[in-house]
Design a protein around this ligand. Structure first.
Ligand code: NAD
Length: 487
């Protein structure tokens, strides 16, 4: 593959030169080869993008355009991404080492985008942008208007670059906002492809800018006084900093943060559905997914059977270069992330956990940042590996005494993103779901529903993406009180 060379930024639909001279090299986690490079956005580049977005918002032609016009642009964007899906998939495999297959794999991430756009544009068609409300008696009448929240700063992580960017951009654009996207430096090259497509889709001048850079560029975007709202997906640590800055400015913020989700395996679980769901939930995207089922709770009744099945499945998984179609588990995003994951495995064993399988770097993979799929047993729910987000292919098995203890352990976490229960009795599974304090929950499977809201309780975030709720998050409500009805 040729090295991809980018030398400009996409600002309001035009390609402009950088203000600084920093260059970011994108290195493949698969084999440490150079994939490409781009200029690093400085705070001055972010300023230009924000000022452009502000002018375009205040000018009013985008926010006043009929919503159908914005929906049409979003639909074209989705269709064009679909038509270039092969390029995106290839790039995402190279940038982040996501294997092609699996729901969170490179193909799933890219092919999910047209589905998401279809759903969001459908919801936007039926959305109550303006409605009339009367108090009883009909004397007080108001128009209730969903107005665009304004200039949006969208900050994206590396673990689902295109999909997570689109989950923010599309509802923001449909709502009439103007948007500055800051992709993660590890995966900025696919954002360049997105910029090319955005122009082709007919996004008007000024409305969209993409400025790839690191933490400093992100922090500058967050603090910028001309930005009305931040929509952020990333770690809870960064989310706390962003929330503090937004809180000080009373700036709107939606935060999609980390997780430590528990899968509760009840004594009547069917292992033929439980094991594949736990493998997808724990190891999808090489264990680098926010709603990963990284804790598995099981009673002594099914413990032996469960760990035997999980250990043999983990042990048989093919770890390797994500471009190899036979690969089931690829590398971690960076050497630093691999070291961090290895540090957690060591910490787990020193805290008393046993490694049932994995725990090392796979043999024969000298280049790239790989860790074997790792199953830790006998984990204490209060220990670091059970409480902190590892973001790698490491699953902790924790024993519970009875259902009340399972629920208490599932809830004993600062996070509240997701979770799952496995049981023959689906209606009892729904009862369990209602008792776990998380924004999403699965009964007898692992996956997502793009028509339903996604987001976290507790330290997993604030706000929701997807569904009509994902549109509301980019609007402000205005009530216009009308003169009392005559008579
Ligand atoms: P990260 O927080 O390090 O970085 C995310 C993005 O924020 C990057 O673009 C980064 O440059 C930027 N950034 C970092 N610090 C910032 C700051 N102080 N101000 C402004 N911008 C800042 O996270 P990551 O390692 O890229 O992504 C992994 C994390 O994202 C995990 O914790 C994962 O759980 C979380 N995540 C959550 C969801 C969700 O929907 N809840 C989805 C995907 C990933």
């Amino acid at each position: 593959m040729n090295v991809i060379e980018r030398s400009q930024f996409f600002v309001g639909g035009a390609w402009v030169g950088p203000k600084g001279d920093g260059i970011v090299e994108v290195i493949s986690p698969n084999d440490e080869s150079l994939i490409g490079h781009f200029p690093e956005a400085t705070t001055a580049d972010v300023d230009v993008a924000v000022e452009t977005a502000r002018r375009a918002f205040d000018d009013g032609s985008w926010r006043r355009a009929p919503v159908q016009q914005r929906i049409d642009v979003a639909r074209r964007l989705g269709t064009l991404i679909g038509s270039r899906s092969g390029e995106f998939i290839q790039l995402i495999i190279n940038e982040m080492g996501a294997p092609i297959s699996g729901g969170a794999g490179a193909a799933g991430q890219v092919l999910g985008v047209p589905v998401l756009v279809d759903l969001l544009t459908g919801f936007a068609t039926d959305f109550p942008w303006i409605s009339e409300r009367s108090a009883p008696g009909g004397v007080s009448r108001s128009l209730v208007v969903h107005e665009p929240v304004g200039v949006v700063g969208a900050i994206i992580p590396w673990n689902g670059p295109l999909f997570l960017a689109m989950a923010k951009m599309v509802p923001a654009l449909i709502s009439g906002c103007t948007v500055v996207v800051k992709p993660a430096p590890e995966t900025a090259l696919d954002a360049y492809l997105l910029a090319e497509i955005a122009s082709e889709a007919g996004i008007p001048p000024g409305v969209l800018s993409i400025v790839p850079g690191g933490r400093e560029a992100g922090a500058h975007l967050v603090a910028h006084p001309l930005v009305d709202k931040i929509t952020f997906t990333g770690s809870t640590a960064a989310g706390r900093q962003i929330a503090a800055v937004c809180g000080q400015q009373l700036k709107r913020a939606s935060l999609e943060l980390g997780g430590k989700s528990a899968a509760i395996v009840l004594d009547d679980a069917d292992m033929s559905t439980t094991i594949p769901a736990l493998v997808a939930g724990g190891l999808g995207n090489n264990g680098q997914q926010c709603f990963a089922l990284s804790r598995v709770l099981v009673s002594s009744t099914r413990h032996g059977e469960l760990v035997d099945a999980l250990a043999s499945t983990f042990g048989a998984l093919r770890v390797g270069h994500a471009l190899d179609p036979a690969t089931e588990l690829g590398p971690l995003i960076s050497a630093a992330q691999r070291d961090r994951v290895e540090g957690y495995i060591a910490r787990g064993t020193s805290d008393g956990a046993r490694i049932l399988t994995g725990g090392r770097r796979p043999t024969g993979l000298d280049k790239g940042w790989y860790v074997e799929p790792t199953l830790l047993d006998g984990v204490d729910n209060r220990s670091a590996v059970a409480q902190e987000e590892i973001f790698g292919p490491v699953i902790s098995v924790i024993e519970y005494r009875d259902e009340a203890d399972a629920l208490a352990k599932a809830n004993d976490s600062i996070f509240g993103l997701s979770g799952a229960v496995f049981t023959e009795d689906v209606s009892h599974g729904v009862d369990i779901a209602r008792e776990v304090r998380t924004g999403t929950f699965h009964v007898n499977h692992f996956g997502g529903n793009l028509a339903a809201p996604f987001g976290g309780f507790k330290c997993s975030g604030i706000g929701r993406e997807w569904g009509p709720e994902g549109l509301s998050d980019f609007t402000e409500l205005k009530t216009i009180n009308l003169p009392p009805a005559a008579g």
